[in-house]
Design a protein. Structure first.
Length: 540
């Protein structure tokens, strides 16, 4: 209940530039046009992500309006379903208790809190993928064809969310498990033809849209090239092309990139997960790569193969590994259960418990600094932060028979994110010019034809979303002609003045690229050195 309320509290936080606000604006445009087959970004052809996120969010916007609730609600609901599917998969593999542990661990990793605030494709993708694995495991156990069809459908919808990775992760899971169990007969089943048929049929609408928008129009220029096939892009180039080198997307990330980012995104469970991963791998080696009947490598093997695949890409971002977080949560849950309930590895438990107490207390102290110094909150909020630390200390020292290795980190990170969602993010969004100005335009009835952004150097997809109208940005002064309002910065205002424009400053503010936080910005004493002024001008 607490976690669900915390997820839903993210609705009051505006979408963040770059990706989340871009997806919000694209969803708004789709809802307005009613064209669900073709994707456009600010009126331009879009070829990057598949359409399911936009379908879901556009539907939310059509029902609830152009606002945070309409855009974010579908993804938050998928996040909650993901927790349930993770619980059901873990319960199928290990029983009720570990199922509950796994759901709690996934629900309280930092990446999940981030995904319900900064909406991207990965929340929905993760939900489809873990549901597919759960359904396919049900089919393996009871051979009911409805589970195979449901698993195949989830794979198809996952592919419509973020491409072939939605197929590859389940394949990795079962390849690892069947190989190590020497269950070779499972690799060739005639029922797989039915599964492939279901996937193919469900992918038809997306494929038609891609073909119509791009393959039928080779003259379109995408990423500086003509003759771009939308079908080839989604089914090959966007995913496998990053491994083969065909894709131009490269950022120099190596095999360690995703792991290093998991140090924060899978907090507070990352050390326990790494210990479990090492322990499971060492056990497998001792058993000469043959599993016992009661063992499974759907989770450990699926995670490792997914990681190796994603880590081989020439272009990586921290959230790419989120698709495998349900598997990591189950691995961690089983490990915690073994060392706390079954008494395994007592020396490791003795080490891990105080380490996680310290990690939790450090996070809480950082939160206290946040609400007292970085963005000072009302006194009662500061008092609540102190009470949160007191609560965790009481939980640490209680004599009650509770699983402290599970509950202390979980409760600690929940308390931290109550303040992050309700204190940090709202204060950060005050420095995001797009959402601030977009809301003002909507309140004042200013439309896109009356306003323009001139020489704005930051992404501003959020301005169009919150203004509920397409607002163009330009670096060409002739595009300012005929506009009643101009959003600009110091160099733009000076340039307009030199070009003979006369204007009044309606209001001004300070902006900062909040997706790239710096220590000087977080320090109130040096924050002004990191921010830049923007101006909302009324042309005379």
């Amino acid at each position: 209940m607490i976690i669900g309320l915390l997820y839903f509290s993210a609705i009051r936080v505006d979408t963040m530039d770059i990706d989340a606000s871009q997806y919000a604006e694209m969803s708004r445009e789709m809802a307005k046009s009613g064209d669900y087959l073709h994707l456009y970004d600010r009126g331009m052809d879009y070829l990057d992500k598949p359409p399911f996120l936009f379908w879901a969010s556009a539907t939310g916007i059509r029902i609830f309006g152009v606002n945070n609730f309409g855009y974010k609600l579908p993804s938050i609901l998928f996040a909650l379903w993901c927790l349930y599917a993770t619980y059901r998969l873990a319960r199928r593999l290990y029983g009720e208790t570990i199922g509950r542990y796994a759901a709690l661990i996934l629900a309280t990793c930092q990446g999940m809190f981030l995904m319900t605030n900064d909406i991207r494709c990965d929340t929905i993708l993760m939900s489809w993928v873990v549901t597919a694995i759960w359904m396919l495991q049900e089919w393996v156990v009871n051979r009911k064809i409805k589970h195979l069809i449901a698993g195949a459908a989830c794979i198809a919808f996952g592919m419509m969310t973020k491409g072939p990775i939605a197929l590859m992760v389940p394949v990795f899971c079962f390849i690892a498990n069947w190989s190590l169990h020497r269950e070779w007969a499972n690799f060739l089943k005639p029922q797989y033809l039915l599964a492939l048929l279901v996937i193919g049929v469900l992918l038809i609408p997306m494929s038609i849209g891609l073909y119509q928008q791009f393959d039928l129009h080779p003259e379109k220029v995408m990423a500086g090239k003509t003759g771009v096939s939308g079908l080839r892009f989604f089914y090959w180039s966007q995913s496998f092309g990053r491994i083969t080198g065909e894709s131009p997307w490269k950022n120099g990330a190596d095999m360690s990139f995703l792991l290093l980012n998991m140090l924060w995104s899978f907090l507070p469970w990352i050390l326990l997960f790494l210990a479990a991963l090492i322990y499971n791998t060492a056990t497998l080696i001792k058993q000469k790569f043959r599993l016992q009947p009661q063992q499974e490598w759907i989770t450990t093997g699926g995670f490792l193969l997914s990681y190796l695949s994603l880590g081989s890409s020439a272009y990586q971002l921290p959230h790419y590994i989120f698709v495998a977080f349900p598997l990591a949560a189950i691995v961690t849950a089983k490990f915690i259960y073994d060392i706390t309930e079954n008494g395994e590895l007592p020396k490791l438990k003795k080490l891990m418990q105080p380490v996680h107490y310290v990690i939790t207390l450090i996070l809480l102290v950082v939160t206290l600094i946040l609400v007292t110094y970085v963005f000072p909150a009302p006194v009662f909020v500061m008092v609540l932060a102190v009470l949160g630390i007191v609560f965790i200390l009481a939980l640490i020292f209680t004599k009650q028979p509770v699983n402290k290795l599970l509950l202390v980190p979980a409760m600690g990170i929940i308390i931290v994110n109550i303040f992050v969602s309700n204190q940090l993010y709202p204060n950060l969004l005050k420095f995001q010019v797009g959402s601030t100005v977009g809301k003002y335009m909507r309140q004042q009835g200013v439309t896109g034809k009356d306003a323009v952004g001139y020489k704005m150097h930051d992404p501003m997809n959020s301005i169009s979303f919150y203004a509920n109208d397409l607002i163009n940005c330009t670096d060409t002064v002739r595009d300012v002609a005929g506009k009643k309002y101009v959003l600009t910065m110091d160099d733009g205002a000076l340039d307009l003045k030199q070009k003979g424009y006369q204007f009044d400053t309606v209001f001004s503010g300070q902006l900062f690229k909040i997706s790239e936080l710096t220590l000087p910005f977080l320090d109130p004493a040096t924050r002004s050195t990191e921010t830049r002024a923007y101006y909302w001008l009324k042309i005379r």
